[in-house]
Every structure is written in C-alpha cells, then in structure tokens.
Design a protein around this ligand. Structure first.
Ligand SMILES: [Zn+2]
Length: 237
C-alpha cells in the first residue's frame, strides 16, 4: 500500500523529553487538492510551538502567590534571563544561544518514527548525506528554529536525540532592538510557526534515520560487550 492510499494524517502533537506541557511541537499538514498538485503548488507542513504562558507573562500566575519559593525562578526565567539574552543579541548580530532563546526542546526517541511518517507525507525521499554535525533550520519573518543531533549524557541506551531550539535572526541594529524588546516584553508567542518544505522534510527524515540507526548500533555494541564480558567472567570463574 502506498502513502497515497491512506487517509492523510492532518496533525500531530509531539512532546519534549522533559515532559513539560509547555514544550510541545504541533505539526499540521494541509494536503493539496488534485488540482493544486497539477498546478505545481508546493506542499508544506506547518510547525508550531505550543507554549502556554511560556515566558509570556509579566506577573507570576496565582499559584505563585501561595508558594513564594517559586518566585525567584519565575523572575529569573521571565525577566532577568530574558533581559540578558535580549541585550546580548542587540550587541551581537550573530548571537544565538546554545540552548535556544526560549529553551531547548528534544523529541523523545519513541516519537521519532511517528514524526518520520508525518514528514513522509510531503517528502518521499530521505536525505542520506547526514552526519553527527548536520543541522537544519526553519525560518519565518521573525525567528528561526535550528534542528540538531544532540548527545544525551544520562541515557546510555539511546545516546542521540533530535533536538531543536528557537533563535533570533541575524539583523541590522534596528531589527535587533525591535526583536530584543519584543522578546523581553513578550509579544511573540503567536509568531512561532514555521513552514517545512519538501527538501527540509527530507533532511529532517535523514536526521531521524541517523539518530535511530546510530542508537540501534550503539545498543548492539553494548550487548556485544556484555556478552564478551560474561564469557570472560565464565572463563576466569
Ligand atoms: Zn523540554
């Protein structure tokens, strides 16, 4: 059965490794009609970040009023940290933060095949030119997202993950001031949506395959080492 015989999957929500409900990617696919396809229109998948109140409010939520211990972290993350990041960007047009200006997001490895199937709706092929250093960016008028292959330190069994982080774009000084203020004072949550085109979907599928294959290889290697160790112990014992 080919992809064309099945009902298209119109949208999926994919959570983050940290399980935070504010770290969710929402992907939407509007299949083209036959006529649009014949006219040569390009297909897209929309990638949106769901973050409810994420870095987006000036005053703490009500629950913070009876748990004062959260206040420090609220003001640090919502105000102080944002001011520092915004200022750094004003003075450095190439500034991008290592773990993203909003935060860093990691897809859970169990969701990668689901994401791959979703992307395959607009990209039949998989980019095979992928290495550990491969990245892919999506951008819109205001922001961009960078996807990269990240190494997990705390999980030996699945050491690699597909991560992504929102960043500022490289702009002239006026643009930097505008977007730094927007970032600090929070009027951008509705701007965090991006288009994935066919070539980008192919690259992302390649990165997913790289992560899955490499994790699988590492797992096999580890099993092999364990068998060898056991054999050695048997011999010595
Ligand atoms: Zn997260």
């Amino acid at each position: 059965m080919s992809m064309k015989d099945v009902e298209p999957i119109k949208e999926i929500y994919i959570g983050c490794e940290c399980m935070d409900l504010d770290h969710i990617a929402h992907l939407v696919y509007f299949p083209l009609t036959k006529k649009e396809k014949e006219d040569g229109e390009e297909e897209f998948i929309y990638f949106k970040i769901k973050f409810i109140n994420y870095f987006d409010r000036f005053l703490p939520p009500i629950r913070y009023f009876y748990d004062i211990s959260e206040w420090n972290s609220f003001f640090y993350h919502n105000h102080f940290r944002k001011v520092i990041i915004g200022l750094k960007y004003i003075f450095n047009r190439y500034y991008n933060k290592k773990d993203g200006i909003l935060s860093c997001f990691e897809f859970q490895n169990k969701d990668l095949s689901k994401l791959d199937i979703f992307l395959s709706q607009i990209a039949e092929n998989i980019d095979t030119n992928i290495s550990r250093q491969s990245t892919e960016s999506l951008d819109n008028e205001g922001w961009y997202i960078r996807f990269s292959i990240d190494r997990q330190i705390h999980d030996d069994r699945f050491p690699y993950q597909l991560g992504w982080e929102p960043q500022f774009k490289c702009r002239n000084i006026f643009g930097r001031i505008k977007y730094a203020f927007k970032y600090i004072f929070g009027r951008y949550s509705n701007e965090q949506h991006f288009e994935i085109k066919k070539s980008e979907a192919e690259k992302l599928r390649g990165m997913i395959k790289w992560v899955e294959d490499t994790n699988c290889e590492e797992e096999l290697k580890e099993q092999l080492h364990k068998i060898i160790d056991d054999k050695k112990k048997e011999k010595n014992g």
